[in-house]
Design a protein around this ligand. Sequence first.
Ligand code: FAD
Length: 383
Amino acid sequence: MTSPVDQEELALFRDSVIKALETEVKPHYEAWEKSGLVPRELWNTLGNAGMLCVDVPEEWGGCGAPFQYSVVVGEELARMGFGALSTNVMVHSDIVAPYLSHMGSEEQRQYWLPKMVSGEAVGAIAMTEPGAGSDLQAIRTSAVKDGDDYILNGSKTFITNGQHADMVIVAAKTNPTAGARGISLFLVDTSLPGYSKGRNLDKIGQHAGDTSELFFSDMRIPSSALLGGEGQGFMYLMNELPRERLVIGALGVAAARGALDLTIAYAQERELFGQKLAQLQNTRFEIARMETDYRVNQAFVNQCIAEYERGELDAPTASMAKYSATEMQCRVADGCLQLFGGYGYTTEYPISRAFMDARVQRIYGGTSEVMKEIIARSVLGRG
Ligand SMILES: Cc1cc2nc3c(=O)[nH]c(=O)nc-3n(C[C@H](O)[C@H](O)[C@H](O)COP(=O)(O)OP(=O)(O)OC[C@H]3O[C@@H](n4cnc5c(N)ncnc54)[C@H](O)[C@@H]3O)c2cc1C
């Protein structure tokens, strides 16, 4: 059981994150969106500013802050309209680092975590393959034991941070006939021979986002790269996915706040029919609807964050947070864009980016349909 987080201190931390993002990210973000990738040095900048892996314990190079501090970094990236970067940082800090903190050997933690905190190493996690997305057990990437090593073969796709990654947690079959019990996880050092990456994928939103195909061709990795026990990979993924889904939900809530703030300001300025847009009843009702939608989801996600801090968040509840918050984010982004009229459809207005960036939130980390299946199973049992 953890002690409650001091909300005043958390607010001070939030202010410091906002200030750092105002100077280090905001002036450059447009250019990164156009070039299609954030620069590698940004990771070092974020690390130096204390914004990566903030809840990693001190003995492994972090500052041992509560989980909520890590959420705040992602929330501010999302709220300020840096959707691609919020995804990249979330994967590094809130998905990859916890696998090491929770399942890594002391040697693995000492080797990777301090570098991930400083930004010297960028982390990624590779589950999805061209033939295996929602159906994770269908992965074909294989890791075959050879003396003291494993030989890795296969390919992955849609891997966040794939361009910049120094270490990728790779899900591979160590026993192709054992189903879920045949999957293991490996901490793959991307500097080793046999590793290659494809181009950064073109996406309809999150343009600065780092999303790649990865290839492993007779890649020899040492046994010491195995994360936890052989054959335990699927169980580890199931244990860690609730945190990933909760954080995606938190990013969705924060991004909706950002979209609403833009829209409220616009509605109070734009004039039509001799009055402000904000005075039309439809605008007032739409803002009321979306503000309510936002608040209800914010309250639920905050409740889930508290449950996670207490070690009580279960998989169906985390799925509810992701499902509900990301669907709300898309509803709000669409409703907000509508109030901007034609201007909302131009890339000049940031609301258009909020709309395009939102869409993937219902897909990655488990689609809304997969979330509904998990929730339904907890209510009705297997169909
Ligand atoms: C920008 C981006 C970043 C990503 N980052 C990563 C990453 O870092 N690491 C990683 O491993 N993966 C990553 N992914 C992959 C992502 O998790 C998958 O795209 C997602 O899980 C869906 O898999 P799929 O694309 O193969 O779709 P499919 O699994 O083929 O799904 C197709 C359709 O079937 C539906 N469906 C699936 N199962 C069911 C069911 N049981 N009942 C009803 N309908 C169902 C789906 O909801 C969907 O509508 C990323 C994807 C994107 C787009």
